[in-house]
Design a protein around this ligand. Structure first.
Ligand code: SF4
Ligand code: SF3
Length: 431
């Protein structure tokens, strides 16, 4: 199959165009349209969360309508213009990540480093998964003064860095890892569960009746809560057995915001100049449930001790239980937040560029990304639109990327596919 489109009544055999469009649309245009649709899904997700906190931007809304009009109707058959639209969308995604960061910081304060427990407290439990900090805070307000403890899961971990959220006594820790351990984790722990955004998984029967969705998330047979009255979730938690006190076997860290990193900029400069920090890596993105994802853990473990790792999004769970230590007091692993906090990693790269008076591409900085779904595609185009070259990606390309698209990404942006950790590290560090 070179393409797939069944969006109009001319579709071949009334089923779908798979080699070329009856209308003349080429496979390349179809794939570039799909690429743009996924970027728009990513931008929409971040814009949705910003709007939930009352932050709007007419330019983002108007770009979404332009992008959807371009991809979902037969109005544009020009492949070159779709590459331009993807770059424009990348810049729009930068704009929406900035907006969401502003919304988060103005509502919850700028994150500061936090150590997060991974054990359990004696008491009833609610696990909150997804990206939606507003839903988390509303729930935290409603369990105040009870023995119902709230645990974050997956992309909710960075909540622990926000001053306004961490002051809630009932915010007890983080359980599990990236999105795809839900079926195992939720089955195992007798907690009520609140799904607030992607990536929620269709639940197993064993916990369907103790799972709830809110905001944009919906699952069949799962109670949905419109608005922010989470009494049914709390009642469910109270009806379930209490969890036992279980100490953390390791702790997670998060909360390395732009402000925190800026406050140690002089120290970082001195460490780089004295050769104590040789290279910075950004390792993160959307984790995938494949064996190949082990690459990222192996890569991070094999890095020499004079390197610093900036991590973000749920890809961090491949590496964030490892103790990487510090370099003269600067942690070697800096978790900057959710996937939308890629903006923080970009701001850190821009600050390093200023600090060393070099373009980002000439810095000792390499991005090693894992991608899974729409937001990762939006972020990749943001990085490309900013002119960042030599990004490593893996573990597998999404199915809509064919050789033509890969050629464009490799020749224009020197995009590299991951190979094996040792060879990639050698190639990067000798460059
Ligand atoms: Fe086929 Fe073109 Fe219609 Fe898509 S828009 S179904 S490619 S004829
Ligand atoms: Fe992505 Fe589902 Fe992990 Fe925000 S959104 S990170 S996968």
């Amino acid at each position: 199959m070179d393409m797939f489109c069944y969006m109009c009544s001319q579709a071949l055999n009334n089923e779908g165009c798979v080699r070329a469009g009856v209308c003349g649309k080429s496979p390349l245009v179809t794939r570039l349209q799909d690429n743009l649709v996924y970027i728009l899904d990513g931008i929409s997700a971040y814009y949705y969360h910003a709007r939930e906190l009352g932050y709007k931007d007419e330019e983002i809304a108007s770009f979404l309508s332009k992008g959807l009009y371009s991809t979902l109707t037969n109005v544009n058959f020009d492949p070159e213009s779709y590459v331009q639209l993807a770059l424009e969308a990348g810049m729009m995604n930068l704009r929406v990540m900035k907006l969401l960061k502003k919304a988060h910081i103005e509502t919850y304060g700028e994150p500061v480093p936090a150590e997060v427990e991974t054990g359990t407290k004696k008491g009833h439990a609610i696990i909150v998964t997804g990206h939606n900090l507003k839903a988390l805070e509303e729930l935290l307000k409603q369990v105040e003064g009870t023995n119902v403890y709230v645990y974050t899961h997956s992309e909710m971990l960075p909540a622990h860095g926000y001053p306004v959220l961490r002051k809630y006594r009932n915010l007890a820790g983080n359980l599990g890892a990236a999105w795809y351990d839900q079926k195992m984790l939720f089955d195992e722990i007798p907690a009520a569960i609140l799904g607030t955004s992607n990536c929620v998984l269709l639940p197993k029967e064993s916990y369907r009746n103790r799972m709830f969705t809110t905001s944009i998330a919906r699952l069949p047979g799962v109670t949905h809560i419109d608005g922010y009255d989470y009494s049914p979730v709390i009642e469910k938690a109270l009806s379930l057995p209490e969890l036992e006190e279980k100490p953390s076997t390791y702790k997670l860290t998060t909360g390395y915001s732009t402000g925190v990193v800026a406050s140690i900029a002089d120290k970082i400069k001195a460490l780089v100049e004295s050769g104590k920090i040789r290279h910075f890596f950004v390792i993160g993105g959307c984790d995938t449930p494949t064996q190949k994802g082990n690459y990222y853990r192996e890569f991070a473990k094999k890095l020499p001790e004079d390197t610093v790792i900036i991590t973000l999004a749920c890809g961090k769970y491949r590496i964030n239980d490892i103790n990487f230590g510090t370099i003269d007091g600067v942690p070697r692993l800096l978790d900057v937040g959710q996937c939308n906090d890629t903006i923080v990693a970009i701001e850190i790269a821009e600050a390093l560029s200023k600090l060393f008076d070099k373009p980002i591409n000439d810095l000792p900085l390499t991005l090693v990304l894992t991608w899974m779904e729409q937001k990762a595609v939006a972020i990749l185009w943001t990085l490309l639109a900013l002119g960042i070259k030599g990004i490593y990606i893996g573990p597998v390309l999404p199915a809509w990327v064919n050789q033509d698209i890969l050629n464009v990404l490799q020749s224009n942006y020197d995009l590299r596919l991951i190979s094996d950790p040792e060879n990639d590290i050698k190639a990067i560090l000798k460059a």
